[in-house]
Design a protein around this ligand. Structure first.
Ligand code: PLP
Length: 465
């Protein structure tokens, strides 16, 4: 497999190279040059596989020829064997025609573990062959940080620098990442928004001084490895749901559009998907883009679903390329316009193609609370505020006449957001033992302004010690 940049001016690279690069050198995102195809007969062969075996089969073409199917299987069996549910990603019916795909049985109780646990193992293998340290820089709106810190702690020859917007992630989310004491991990609380953090990461990844000292990459879904590792659970859910033989719709609560892009990638590989139902919170830049064709840089608001408090979804750039007939030139022009004048327009052709597949809905703060309460009262199941954005969007889609079994992605364990759960149903959730006791632990974190130079100096100092 070869990969190309969304902006068309970076070298075409192989699988290991793009994992180690993260961002393309032209500032674009790497995309597979073509979509590997899963045939119907392969699909029926996959029906009996475990989650880990299925993952290896789906990912093999993306890593060919650098990592073999057998190696992928070893890593995947090891990684997903450590999840605390035998099915890894269990599917649970919660209402007529609606299922939850529970993606919170990994070590940090959010879906980010699926990709980061696997990516860490792949990067460890690749970093072992480098003659200098692998420096990973990432931004988190809540769950990526914890998942990354847990996955990469104490790995040789890898340093992880994790940025989060100060005061904008939940206390539990913060403590899950800042209380891990490992020499190769640094946490930074940045005085700014997640979008500021993500912009800082992109700039650092292209910094030539840093590049002289270390090999630079990222754990964000800018990195194709993240997107790839989230594709298998869409196949897994489709194989399990089998409702009247109709292809499912997927309801995905979206922030950086990574999880959603993985669903889209699964469909490009041949998986039948009725529709992609995208739920966003009050940070609804994505919805406005689909509605009026205008993309703008907007302020980010703090909401009950903090992991989705993102106005500029980085993976939207991948969708730009895909629905523009793969015109990197067009994407490059749009990205230039965004940085020069703070916005750009989507053309009619692009919008028509995108609207055919994606149905984007904004879910207000009140509706999030009502949805948690409704699902709890109707089924006895507690869902987290991010998952609620997806199930509420799915409910609206059905009310508007949408017909398909709907698989709603349950992206985090409700116990990660006890205050919101209590607000919604009147009682706090039971706290699992992995989260209990965090409040007593010491936090390791550096507070910084949203300044490129300040952070860069900190990282350079870290390389010296
Ligand atoms: C990261 C996250 C999301 C958003 O996923 P994207 O891939 O960024 O769109 C939704 N829910 C939870 C719980 C998350 O951690």
């Amino acid at each position: 497999m070869h990969y190309v940049s969304t902006r068309g001016e970076a070298p075409r690279l192989g699988p290991s190279e793009i994992i180690l690069a993260g961002l393309a050198s032209d500032g674009g995102l790497y995309m597979p040059e073509s979509w590997p195809q899963i045939t119907t007969s392969q699909m029926s062969d996959f029906a009996g596989l475990s989650y880990a075996e299925l993952t290896a089969e789906i990912l093999a073409p993306y890593f060919d020829p650098d990592i073999s199917l057998a190696e992928l299987k070893d890593i995947s069996v090891d990684v997903y064997g450590g999840f605390n549910h035998p099915q890894v990603a269990p599917l649970r019916k919660f209402e007529e025609g609606m299922w939850l795909l529970e993606l919170f049985h990994g070590p940090t109780l959010a879906f980010k573990d699926f990709a980061l646990q696997l990516l860490a193992r792949l990067m460890e293998r690749l970093a072992g062959k480098l003659d200098r340290p692998l420096l990973l820089i990432g931004a988190t709106s809540g769950d990526t940080g914890a998942a990354a810190v847990h996955a990469f702690q104490n790995m040789d020859n890898i340093q992880l620098h994790m940025l989060h917007p100060e005061g904008r992630i939940s206390e539990l989310q913060r403590k899950q990442m800042t209380t891990i004491k490992a020499a190769n991990i640094r946490n930074y609380a940045i005085r700014g928004s997640f979008d500021d953090c993500q912009a800082m990461v992109k700039r650092l990844l292209l910094d030539s001084d840093l590049a002289k000292r270390a090999s630079l990459s990222t754990v964000n879904s800018i990195n194709w490895g993240r997107i790839a590792a989230q594709i298998p659970y869409y196949f897994y859910a489709s194989l399990k749901v089998g409702d009247k033989g109709l292809p499912p719709a997927f309801a995905v609560p979206s922030g950086n559009f990574g999880n959603c892009f993985s669903a889209f990638a699964a469909s490009k590989m041949g998986l039948s998907v009725q529709n992609f139902i995208v739920g966003v919170n009050d940070n609804d830049g994505l919805r406005r883009a689909f509605e009026d064709g205008q993309v703008r840089n907007d302020e980010t608001l703090a909401t009950l679903s903090p992991a989705m408090d993102i106005q500029h979804s980085s993976n939207f750039e991948r969708l730009l390329l895909e629905f523009s007939g793969r015109s990197a030139e067009k994407v490059r022009a749009q990205m230039n316009e965004l940085s020069m004048s703070g916005g750009y327009e989507l053309d009619e052709d692009w919008l028509r193609r995108a609207r055919e597949r994606f149905h984007v809905t904004r879910i207000s703060e009140d509706s999030i609370l009502q949805e948690i309460k409704h699902v709890y009262e109707a089924s006895g199941i507690l869902i987290d505020p991010h998952t609620a954005v997806g199930t509420a969007a799915a409910r609206l889609w059905k009310e508007e006449g949408g017909q398909a079994p709907v698989v709603c992605l349950a992206t985090a364990h409700p116990a990660k957001f006890p205050e919101t759960i209590e607000k919604a149903i009147g009682t706090p959730p039971e706290i699992p033992h992995t989260l209990a006791g965090l409040s007593e632990l010491k936090e390791f974190v550096t507070h910084l302004d949203a300044s490129h130079e300040g952070l860069k100096n900190n990282i350079l100092q870290g390389l010296e010690t």
